[in-house]
Design a protein around this ligand. Structure first.
Ligand SMILES: CC(C)(COP(=O)(O)OP(=O)(O)OC[C@H]1O[C@@H](n2cnc3c(N)ncnc32)[C@H](O)[C@@H]1OP(=O)(O)O)[C@@H](O)C(=O)NCCC(=O)NCCS
Length: 204
């Protein structure tokens, strides 16, 4: 697929938030909140304009990904290490499985490395993210904010040894978390969509 991948313009924010809503709708819960998370992340200190990427096919936006600043906090000495958190990532539903997500992932990794970041950490399906070099974060002695490790919690080093000496708990920006009232208000900006049973039931 002959895609153009570039940074997102401000006037494309709404369109990419709508694309995110379309991609995540009824996937992990009835409706979704990933589009609100994306909207909020864009207004925070965690925002890195160079890592807010769109994929275009014949001039139309068909994919989007964002990585934002996050931290690993070493509990021994309370030292903060800056890393990135990748997501949400979305491909236009009618064009999924054709390589849009893969091209966005490869560009995100390359651009994050060229900006000097050490690592990207994410939550996602290991079968998908393994192919880009992500591994269980436990390998790097990095745990979630609740001190958990499980297969979907993954990390990649952006240069050899980048995570040497970096251990602790991972904190994505608090702007990822939103409340039902804010979501209800934000939803008013988008076309009405029917909520339904989630297609993927997350393990508890
Ligand atoms: C995840 C997503 C961005 C991938 O983009 P894409 O363009 O469909 O993916 P690609 O075409 O690059 O890759 C397709 C491959 O990934 C697999 N794949 C796609 N989405 C996957 C998922 N959520 N979990 C596991 N595998 C997945 C496909 O089976 C296919 O595998 P194959 O190459 O072995 O046949 C896209 O499917 C999407 O928007 N999904 C809904 C939102 C979502 O789940 N985002 C990620 C949250 S972790």
């Amino acid at each position: 697929m002959n895609l153009t991948i570039r940074t997102t313009d401000k006037n494309e924010f709404f369109e990419t938030e709508n694309l995110t809503r379309e991609a995540f709708w009824n996937l992990y819960k009835p409706g979704c909140d990933e589009h609100l998370a994306l909207h909020q992340l864009r207004s925070g200190d965690c925002y890195v304009p160079g890592l807010d990427l769109v994929a275009l096919l014949d001039g139309q936006i068909v994919g989007h990904v964002i990585s934002t600043k996050a931290k690993v906090v070493d509990s021994d000495d309370e030292v903060y290490h800056e890393v990135l958190c990748l997501g949400p990532i979305s491909a236009e539903p009618s064009l999924q499985g054709k390589g849009i997500g893969s091209q966005l992932m490869r560009q995100s990794i390359a651009r994050a490395a060229s900006l000097g970041f050490k690592s990207i950490i994410l939550y996602g399906n290991p079968e998908y993210y393994k192919r880009f070099g992500f591994e269980n974060a436990e390998k790097y002695t990095i745990a979630t904010r609740d001190n958990q490790n499980y297969d979907p919690f993954m990390a990649i080093e952006l240069y050899p040894g980048a995570l040497n000496g970096i251990t602790g708990r991972f904190y994505e920006d608090n702007l990822f978390f939103n409340n039902e009232a804010d979501l209800e208000e934000f939803e008013k900006l988008f076309p009405a969509k029917e909520k339904g049973e989630p297609r993927i039931i997350l393990p508890v």
